[in-house]
Design a protein around this ligand. Structure first.
Ligand code: SF4
Length: 422
């Protein structure tokens, strides 16, 4: 019988591969008597609907699985140590950690035990015990097991704040090759069921004072990147379709990294973390900047995002004919496409120009990144020579300046990234 501490080590470590609840991936040496550890698994961070960052105990109920997804270390043919929590053990750990103020909630996933319904039942049991026996009011994120019965999914939504059914691959052909037990149809039916519950609860909220809650923080999913041959265009198109069809809160992208016991037939090289990063940027453009996935996909060479430029800049350089944009006259949609100008600054520009013609100083004052934007906009006192966008002098300025040493154990260099508005 494995003791609880050992189970915790195994099942918290096994949960780290699920990106649908984001967590840090850095590692660092700790001085002998120092405190803190970035490598320890088990606690990750997530964001509530109101934007608060919270710590979650991130666990698998078990890493035993009857399915055999070749990209997953927990698949049935993988030679790893197995463990399984009893539902009351997870409840106890959650409450103990919560009382010590280590966590504010629980993220619970699982390998498939016996069948989808039994697994979902066990996950629901944990959430039910927490809510009904322990009066736990913290955040709960549960895995929605594809193929679980609608009744069980309804119960899961009643107790959990968020549900996530991981689709993993963008097309059925990829699943056929790498995860033969899964089908897109079954996973999407699970998502549809969760969406149905969320819609009903919103509808009830209009007529009832205290409607029964259902997955208040919505649903999310995860796509594994680089395990199959599907390119970024295909991945983004699928993500966009999922956002539209099931109103997902987030699609997470997880760069495939061959672990010790993953199928040797899969890619031997890890997916560059920068590819995952670019997908998050493109996803952001789709959700907040009015880009359609096909617009991004159509401008890609070989179907993948350019690792050396953020997707908005890459798109703008491919569509130079649209620039420079006159900030005093351009539509909101066009302003959103200017590299260096973010959503909030577009709103500010629209407000300012009601009162006077915008000059470069106005843009600097609202902290627009003029290093990038100046090549793409005209103002009352600035008109870039658009043809310079073709010159190596300008293009050089958009190339990443330095390559930082790897932050991750994948052996792939991480290119320095300009963060903030894109
Ligand atoms: S269903 Fe597939 S991805 Fe999930 S734990 Fe089992 S083998 Fe891993």
């Amino acid at each position: 019988m494995i003791e609880l501490k050992r189970k915790l080590e195994i099942l918290a470590d096994a949960a780290k591969y699920d990106a649908s609840c984001a967590s840090s991936g850095s590692h660092r040496k700790r001085a002998e008597k120092g405190i803190g550890n970035t490598e320890g698994m088990g606690i990750c961070h997530s964001y509530t609907p109101d934007g608060r960052c919270i710590s979650l105990l991130k666990l698998l109920l078990t890493n035993v699985c009857i399915w055999d997804c070749s990209y997953c270390i927990n698949r049935k043919s993988s030679d790893i140590q197995r463990a399984r929590f009893r539902p009351e053990e997870v409840v106890r750990l959650t409450i103990d950690f919560y009382k010590r103020n280590y966590i504010e909630g629980l993220f619970l996933s699982s390998g498939i035990i016996q069948n989808a319904d039994y697994t979902m039942e066990q996950l629901v049991l944990v959430a039910k015990k927490l809510r009904e026996e322990e009066n736990f009011g913290g955040y709960i994120h549960l895995k929605a097991v594809p193929g679980a019965s609608p009744a069980l999914l309804r119960q899961a939504g009643k107790y959990a704040d968020r549900l996530s059914a991981n689709i993993e691959m963008p097309v059925q052909e990829d699943l056929d090759k790498l995860a033969p037990d899964k089908t897109i149809h079954e996973i999407e039916s699970t998502m549809a069921e969760v969406k149905g519950g969320i819609d009903e609860s919103k509808q009830d909220a209009k007529t009832t004072k205290r409607p029964p809650a259902f997955a208040r923080a919505g649903q999310s999913t995860q796509l594994v990147v680089g395990a199959s041959k599907s390119n970024d265009g295909v991945i983004l198109t699928k993500a966009e379709a999922l956002y539209k069809k099931f109103q997902l809160r987030r699609v997470y992208y997880s760069a495939f990294s061959p672990a010790q016991f993953t199928d040797p037939n899969l890619a031997k090289d890890p997916t560059p973390p920068m590819r995952e990063h670019r997908l998050y940027e493109a996803d952001w453009l789709i959700r907040h900047y009015g880009f359609a996935a096909h617009e991004i996909a159509d401008s890609l060479e070989n179907g993948n995002l350019d690792l050396t430029k953020d997707p908005k800049l890459a798109w703008a350089l491919k569509h130079r004919g649209l620039f420079p944009v006159d900030v005093n006259r351009a539509s909101k949609g066009l302003l959103l496409r200017v590299p260096g100008i973010g959503v909030r600054n577009v709103e500010r520009i629209l407000k300012i120009r009601r009162f006077h013609r915008i000059r470069t100083d106005d843009l600097i004052r609202i902290k627009i990144s003029m290093n990038r934007a100046k090549w793409f906009v005209t103002t009352a006192d600035h008109n870039p020579d658009v043809y310079r966008l073709d010159s190596n002098y300008v293009l050089d300025r958009f190339r990443p300046k330095k390559v930082q040493p790897s932050l991750f154990d994948t052996g792939v260099s991480r290119v320095s990234v300009v963060t903030g508005e894109i």
